[in-house]
Write a new protein. Structure first.
Length: 322
């Protein structure tokens, strides 16, 4: 169970999201990434004008074919690129609480810091921690307003997939397999307790998997870490691990970067972990010197020249300690 704030591009779209209790993501790779990041059972709020709106639980996820003019949102053209996008990826939501709270509240500090350091609303979504979810679960009032129903019966759906083959790409149904998708798949893999337990044992980190939460990107002034694993309810000390993930071979700068983040977090960061497709002997020696744990990853029996669904990626991941 995770909690996300979803960025909304304008006030009209926000009003439609609230009226229909529905979130939509564009026919871009960023839209596809957001769609796979957020799972049924997760919680979301909308983010617009430096305020968080309402708390919802994700009840269902659907991707719609031929969604160019699919209501309720009209296509949107971005001024910077001039590109026009529509919204095939949909989350159907159950309203839980009603509020409109400014991000300057201390309860939103985890998200606000990421938002400022990562360039604001250029991101489609921001993951918050369990402390933030606990706080918003007490904001405002229980949701009592009526919402409109979006009738899905007249529209065909598809299963989003990914590939490494240019000839197999067919947006928005099939996108290129990129690093963001790899990071999301590994994050979902580590949600499974036995997989987290295996990671902790191999890195010699003495924490209980059941006490941890797995978060997406965490921003720092000089960059960001791909995955932050931390105690969901810290008492006295907030222990954590950080993961950097590379689709290709690891380089010296990757080891140095994760070591810098470990030093910035201080004694509460118990281990830095670097995951990549392969490591040279030089990188292995440097990582040992810097006390950075190394893992290779692979996807058992998957042919990336074909179209692969996200749940297949998650199920097929294997992590191997170097």
């Amino acid at each position: 169970m995770a909690y996300f704030l979803i960025s909304v591009s304008n006030r009209n779209n926000l009003d439609l999201c609230i009226q229909y209790a529905m979130a939509g993501f564009t026919n871009s790779v960023n839209g596809a990434w957001t769609f796979v990041e957020i799972q049924e059972g997760d919680y979301i709020s909308f983010l617009y004008g430096a305020k968080a709106y309402n708390l919802y639980r994700v009840e269902e996820k659907l991707a719609f074919k031929d969604a160019n003019n699919l209501p309720p949102w009209p296509p949107v053209t971005f001024r910077m690129s001039g590109n026009t996008y529509y919204f095939p990826f949909r989350l159907f939501l159950k309203p839980i609480r009603k509020f409109a709270e400014p991000l300057v509240r201390v309860e939103f500090s985890y998200v606000a810091e990421n938002l400022l350091l990562r360039g604001g609303y250029r991101r489609t979504h921001f993951q918050a921690d369990q402390t933030t979810l606990q706080a918003v679960s007490q904001m405002g009032d229980l949701y009592k307003d009526n919402t409109k129903k979006f009738d899905t019966e007249n529209y065909k759906t598809f299963d989003l997939s990914f590939t490494k083959s240019s000839s197999s790409m067919k947006p928005p149904e099939t996108f290129k397999f990129i690093e963001f998708i790899l990071q999301s798949a590994i994050r979902q893999h580590l949600y499974i307790e036995k997989n987290m337990k295996d990671l902790l044992q191999k890195t010699k980190v003495n924490l209980s998997p059941s006490t941890l939460e797995v978060l997406g990107e965490k921003a720092f002034p000089e960059g960001h870490i791909d995955i932050l694993i931390k105690e969901a309810i810290p008492i006295g000390k907030s222990n954590s691990l950080i993961l950097e993930i590379k689709t290709g071979a690891a380089h010296q700068k990757d080891v140095e970067q994760i070591n810098k983040y470990v030093e910035e977090l201080g004694n509460e960061c118990l281990k830095g972990v670097l995951m990549a497709s392969k490591f040279s002997g030089k990188i292995i020696s440097l990582a040992k010197e810097k006390n950075v744990a190394l893992f290779t990853y692979n996807f058992d029996n998957l042919d990336f020249s074909q179209r692969i669904e996200f749940n297949q990626l998650v199920d097929a991941i294997s992590l191997h300690h170097i």
